[in-house]
Ligand binder design. Sequence first.
Ligand code: 3PG
Length: 306
Amino acid sequence: MKVLVATDKPFAKAAVDGIRKVIEDAGFELALLEKYTEKAQLLDAVKDANAIIIRSDIIDTEVLAAAKELKIVVRAGAGYDNVDLDAATANRVVVMNTPGQNANAVAELVLGLLVYGVRNFYNGTSGTELKGRKLGILAYGNVGRNVARIAKGFGMDVCAYDAYCPADVIEKDGVKAVASTADLFRECQIVSLHIPATAETKGSINFELMNSMPKGAIVVNTARKEVIDEAGLIKMFEERPDFKYLSDIKPGIDAELNEKHPDHYFATPKKMGAQTAEANINAGIAAAEQIVDFIKNGNERFRVNK
Ligand code: 3PG
């Protein structure tokens, strides 16, 4: 049984060591494809793999067609918009994610980006504090919950909206549940995005929503760049000089914003939310364990395709 770890953005070494141990203890073989630069390398590596562990790596019809022996793909992380689920199902390939395993890492980065933003990117001028400011969390999943926990430690006033999470579950955490996405943007000076990229959410964070935010508005995006309406983002920068956008996923218009709005726009050079040793270890080892449990016992608990 051959398990391939295919990661364009490699895991920390300790995570790879941990994955190897789980895989080899199960009597399986581990193959590693890290930092690949061409899709052809991935197509070649998947040929004889029975299982694949990925991060944001793209698993499309071409990859699935090349992976003739494949039984399971585990996305070591939360979002699985990088995997063609229908094609996987058509090829009888099980797809899983590892929900929650990297959530704290992403949440810590949200607060890190916020401190950086409100202190004017450490340019030496007088900034502001986060204490007492109203933070809106859009989607109250594993990352959103961790953001709420940490933000409360900063003394922030935390609100959340999640179309799929009942208000009483949100309020149990001492977080105010608001009635809609529109209310969240209207009420909160800072909004942190934690929605997945789906047909419904792509481009949904538009000018109208962002422009309804109070003065000194900040949008933090550690979710997916696709959820932002980039034309609306440009318009925000043009019409709202008080607005800041902080992200760890560069929008397509990154170069333009970087050049024109250096005091109001920041994006990390690479997607860094889940890039901690702890998150790599948690998500990587969970992925390996899920593969072993699926192959040996048929456990499909974290399956995301039908
Ligand atoms: C996720 O969906 O889990 C995060 O976006 C992390 O993605 P990464 O593993 O590519 O860093």
